[in-house]
Ligand binder design. Structure first.
Ligand code: LLP
Length: 384
């Protein structure tokens, strides 16, 4: 089954572009709020997944917080209406100006990834006469069973603090005057569909908490990062991801201390299914053994297939002809500019529109101007 799109309107627009189903985004947010609300979980949307200003303002107006990884994302979140006291700031390489922006706005928390960074936050906060709230990002050594380029929770990673060094870093932190330990932060990877990874994370968190308690250390906040996956193969089947299972799995296993608050940073699961990248067939090249559908979109508009071998469902939304098999490629002068090999599409002709489904996360936001191309525009179902 194909998605439904306003095709007559699409035919008047210059391709390639992004198209967002605002109703689905709202439905997804409603489910997130209901399911997280059951356990009083705090949700900070991971802005990196999609920082389109309209998307940000819809999410902000639903009362979520923001998870940022740069000064630019902090500013975009504030501009979109996210309250500073719901902003968390992660990232292994926070520049001084970015830390200062966080301090000036009194953001909720810095997710600190190394002892070296902790020292600088302490120094910069001291210069402003402030105390920065920090959570330590710990590598819990839980396998996320996902693509190597989006796994992060293992040992000796560029991200986070090794479990074996956690207590030393806490000891250093406790000697500092201008930082305050308010939490622990974990993020094991992205596009995780195997719930056992999250179960293992909750269990590991219990173990870490017990070890810390023996030293008399408890924290107020536990942040489990993002990572819940979406169904790229069947975008119409269950367009709202499994938030109910996700939160309940954590809730069942996690042992909370009195007053402890739980946080999450979902990105892909909130915006992934509401976005589509729409492009046009420029040429059909018939080779000796293969047909190539050459599109006007390339990895400049959607880099995930080239970068992570990711699958996006492709649909010829302007044809009901019989199915043919194509290698679907873009116009960029790189042999990696391939969206998919042996893709089944209704017979493609010049001018046909091809929809790339499930492109709302890490799609538009990762677009580039390589080959002097223009950045894609975005349209929304309620204003198109
Ligand atoms: N929190 C932290 C600390 C993260 O590093 C990430 C994603 C998230 C939250 C949000 O994770 P999500 O819920 O979206 O899985 N560009 C890649 C994904 C990179 C994810 C980076 N970190 C892709 O297109 O698959």
């Amino acid at each position: 089954m194909k998605g439904t799109f306003p095709i007559d309107k699409f035919k008047t627009l210059r391709t390639p572009f992004y198209y967002y189903d605002v109703e689905l985004l709202q439905k997804t947010l409603d489910v997130v709020k209901t399911e997280a609300g059951k356990y009083d979980y705090n949700i900070h949307y991971a802005v990196k997944a999609n920082a389109n200003p309209r998307i940000l303002s819809i999410i902000a107006s639903n009362g979520l917080g923001a998870d940022c990884v740069s000064g630019g994302e902090i500013q975009a979140s504030l501009d979109a209406g996210f309250p500073a006291d719901k902003i968390v700031f992660a990232g292994v390489g926070k520049a001084d100006w970015e830390i200062n922006l966080g301090l000036d706005n009194d953001i909720f928390c810095f997710n600190v990834e190394s002892a070296a960074e902790l020292e600088i936050i302490n120094e910069l906060a001291a210069a402003k006469g402030k105390v920065a709230s920090v959570a330590l990002r710990v590598n819990p050594e839980v396998d996320a069973h996902t693509h190597a380029k989006i796994t992060t929770g293992m040992k000796e990673n560029k991200f986070g603090i090794n479990l074996s060094q956690l207590q030393d870093v806490i000891a250093v932190l406790q000697g500092m005057k201008n930082v305050k330990l308010i939490g622990l932060h974990f993020h094991i990877g992205s596009q995780i569909t195997d719930m056992s990874s999250f179960q293992n994370l909750a269990i590991r968190c219990n173990e870490i908490q017990e070890e810390l308690q023996e030293k008399g250390i408890t924290v107020e906040n536990l942040n489990f990062g993002g990572g819940l996956g979406i169904d790229y193969y069947h975008p119409n089947h269950l367009p709202v991801p499994a938030f109910e299972t996700y939160f309940s799995v954590i809730h069942k296993l996690l042992k909370l201390r009195p007053g402890q608050k739980v946080h999450f940073e979902p990105g892909r699961s909130i915006v992934g299914q509401c976005g589509n990248m729409i492009s046009q067939v420029l040429y059909v090249k018939r080779g000796e053994t293969k047909n190539f559908a050459i599109l006007d979109a390339g990895f400049t508009e959607l880099i995930r297939p080239a970068m992570y071998d990711s699958y996006h469902r492709m649909e010829n939304i302007t044809s009901n002809e019989t199915i043919e098999v194509y290698d679907v490629v873009g116009p960029i002068c790189e042999s990696s500019d391939v969206f998919g090999k042996d893709v089944e599409l209704n017979e493609a002709r010049r001018g046909d529109l091809i929809a790339f489904r499930s492109a709302g996360a890490y799609g538009e936001v990762m677009a580039s101007q390589y080959n002097c191309r223009s950045l894609p525009l975005a349209y929304f179902s309620d204003t198109i």
